[in-house]
Design a protein around this ligand. Structure first.
Ligand code: ZN
Length: 391
């Protein structure tokens, strides 16, 4: 009888196994993923367009608000002019009133009364004159009141316009903030878009690569990659890294450590601990750890177009596969070393390296040491040049 905890562990193990099977890749699943990526790309493009439209309409809105502000400012100028004119008129009227009032005072003064009477042709004339003066004064008073009212009205309008300007300015500020956010999300979307575009490009190449193998091996699309590939025959090797720079060629050279020798592989400069992939489908046939020349080394046996080959990966910082393991080009066999702590002078084990790189060899046959130029199989850029994909 299984213990309860063992039962649970067994159940979890089965579940894990099932999930793994469900996740196993086939040519069909790669194509499905490509379709998903393309749908995501289309959605991103739509989002980008939406944001671009939002940016355009915010910019238009800001333009309109700026025109509004200009109009309000013109109106305020108009009002200020009007207020000036009214104030001038009031001053004029005030002077007239003052003149009339002083005339009235003069005519009402006790001492001057006689003088006025003397001047007036009659008392009736005097009464008439004062009546006219009073009427005029009242009229002017009313006029001034009206003008003061108008000034008040203008000032009210002016402050309303100032409020409108303040409101427009704060709307512009808000729109500017929105624009900033739109631009940030637009550049995020552009990044995501170029990421997904790169993903799609490399996925298409991967599918192309597998399609020819599936065809050659007569596999149905929903057969797992591993089972289709392990049965035989890949048609070529691909780059063992997603990025790197060719630093040294295969062939005779003067080695910085050993003098003149055949350099059995091609050296690819790459940062420490970068994933290293199997260069073609095959079976892991050799693992060496902490060799004094080459450090951690993985060897894989392949059949390429019906012929036996081995690929060798040297100076690895760590190894991720086991002897006999069936691998394909998506298998990370280890991580790159050749520099840093893997060097003997830094307390590591590798005396045959001076800096971080992968040494990649292709040998003919599953035994013997006959190396061939990897460039005959893998599309590497020229020496000193970098690459950014597996193909
Ligand atoms: Zn090398």
């Amino acid at each position: 009888m299984m213990k309860r905890t063992n039962k649970i562990l067994f159940f979890i193990f089965c579940l894990f196994f099932l999930v793994n099977i469900a996740n196993a890749e086939s040519l069909k699943s790669l194509k499905d993923q490509l379709a998903k990526d393309e749908a995501n790309q289309a959605a991103l493009v739509k989002k980008q367009r939406d944001i671009q439209n939002k940016i355009k309409s915010a910019q238009n809105e800001i333009g309109n608000l700026e025109t509004d502000i200009e109009n309000y400012e013109n109106e305020i100028d108009e009002l200020l002019k009007q207020i000036d004119e009214l104030e001038e008129d009031i001053e004029k009227k005030q002077k007239e009133i003052d003149a009339l009032l002083s005339f009235l005072q003069v005519s009402n003064g006790d001492n001057i009364y006689l003088e006025y009477v003397f001047e007036a042709k009659s008392f009736t004339d005097f009464i008439y004159r004062s009546a006219v003066v009073e009427e005029l004064t009242e009229y002017n008073d009313n006029l001034i009141d009206e003008m003061y009212n108008m000034i008040e009205e203008d000032k009210k309008l002016q402050s309303e316009l100032k409020d409108k300007i303040a409101k427009s300015e704060s709307s512009i500020k808000e729109l500017d903030k929105k624009l900033k956010n739109y631009n940030v999300s637009l550049s995020d979307l552009e990044d995501a878009h170029s990421d997904i575009a790169a993903e799609i490009k490399s996925r298409k190449k991967t599918i192309e690569y597998y399609e020819s193998i599936y065809k050659a091996n007569n596999c149905k699309e929903d057969v797992e990659l591993v089972s289709c590939l392990s049965t035989s025959n890949a048609n070529n090797f691909v780059r063992p890294l997603t990025k790197g720079t060719i630093t040294s060629e295969w062939g005779y050279r003067v080695c910085p450590v050993h003098g003149r020798e055949i350099h059995s592989g091609i050296d690819i400069g790459v940062a420490m601990n970068t994933p290293v992939y199997a260069s073609a489908p095959g079976t892991v046939s050799g693992i060496t750890t902490k060799s004094s020349c080459g450090g951690n080394i993985v060897t894989i046996n392949h059949i390429i177009k019906g012929k036996q080959y081995r690929s060798v990966y040297m100076h690895l910082a760590s190894i991720n596969v086991k002897i006999g393991q069936v691998v394909d080009i998506t298998t990370v066999i280890g991580k790159s070393g050749g520099g840093g702590y893997t060097l003997r002078r830094n307390g590591g084990w590798d005396t045959c390296s001076t800096g971080a790189h992968l040494h990649f060899t292709i040998r003919e046959g599953w035994s013997g040491r006959n190396s061939v130029n990897p460039r005959n199989f893998v599309n590497f850029p020229a020496k000193g040049k970098s690459f950014n994909s597996r193909f």
